[in-house]
Design a protein around this ligand. Structure first.
Ligand code: G1P
Length: 273
């Protein structure tokens, strides 16, 4: 029922310079798979097969990654190495991939708005590939959120508890529990100070958004950092309707930071050997 997943991927990835000077940060590999591949896997597992990317200048490698490389495939066809491409080949066959650009860096809210053309008038998923999520116990985070969406039919954001001194790095929510691990949001602030933070529940990069978010984003003024913040639009949606925050099952690696990236690499390496 939810067909489309949007991947905002226009950011510079300055924390990984100089590697990200000529390589999209979403293409940085955790072992042999780029970060974006993990995100697409998660969306597909959740039943979404229409993958929409909001890219920008210097991000063409993403388009090439989700396309067939005839020369390469011809070269390794019939050799021992052929299996190395089979996973991405299967993924390409199962999904469609569409790309549009955010030509100015005006924030996550603006990036999502640019995705309107890829979505149409229906609810959709959003994956921020920097946040690598896995659930060893079963269904992935987006799949868990789809189940909640099927019941409540409203916008859902994934949240996790963080250390209080980290609140300034995230959108922070608070509200009332409606079910175990499910909170009806009544307050939400993008990257608050410790004093301003309404809780220690941080939004991580998984969302299911109802399409009215586009109209709200069109009327959302620049907020924190002079950027159009998705968090501000979500607060308007929560105030006029309903937004649920879901404390997901599983583990999240902050692959937008060096520590998280190394942690994820070690984790997957240990799992593979
Ligand atoms: C974005 C969002 C923030 C959210 C975070 C999750 O921030 O604006 O609300 O908590 O992603 O990773 P960014 O990390 O792009 O600064």
């Amino acid at each position: 029922m939810l067909k489309t997943c949007i991947f905002p991927a226009a950011g510079y990835g300055t924390r990984f310079l100089p590697a990200t000077k000529a390589l999209p940060k979403e293409m940085l590999p955790i072992l042999t798979k780029p970060l974006i591949h993990y995100g697409v896997d998660e969306a597909l597992e959740a039943g979404m097969d229409n993958m929409g990317f909001i890219t920008g200048r210097g991000k063409r490698a993403l388009e090439d990654y989700f396309d067939i490389s005839y020369e390469l495939e011809h070269q390794i066809s019939g050799t021992k190495k052929e299996y190395l491409l089979s996973e991405i080949r299967t993924l390409i066959n199962r999904c469609s991939f569409t790309f549009t650009r955010q030509n100015e860096m005006k924030g996550l809210g603006d990036a999502i708005l640019k995705g309107k053309i890829l979505v149409g008038d229906e609810a959709f998923g959003v994956v921020l590939a920097d946040d690598l999520c896995i659930n060893e116990e079963g269904v992935g985070v987006m799949g868990q959120m789809v189940k909640i969406f099927e019941k409540y039919r409203c916008t859902i954001v994934a949240v996790m508890e963080i250390e209080k001194d980290q609140v300034g790095n995230y959108g922070i929510i608070s509200g009332n529990e409606v079910e175990e691990n499910l909170i009806m949001v009544n307050s939400m602030i993008e990257k608050p100070s410790i004093e301003e933070a309404p809780s220690n529940l941080a939004i991580i990069g998984r969302y299911i958004l109802t399409p009215d978010i586009f109209g709200i984003l069109e009327n959302t003024k620049a907020g924190k950092g002079g950027e159009i913040q998705l968090t501000d639009a979500l607060l308007a949606q929560a105030t006029n309707g309903m937004v649920l925050a879901y404390k997901f099952q599983g583990k999240r690696f902050d692959c937008g930071s060096l520590d998280g990236f190394v942690e994820a690499t070690n984790y997957f390496y240990k799992k593979n050997v």
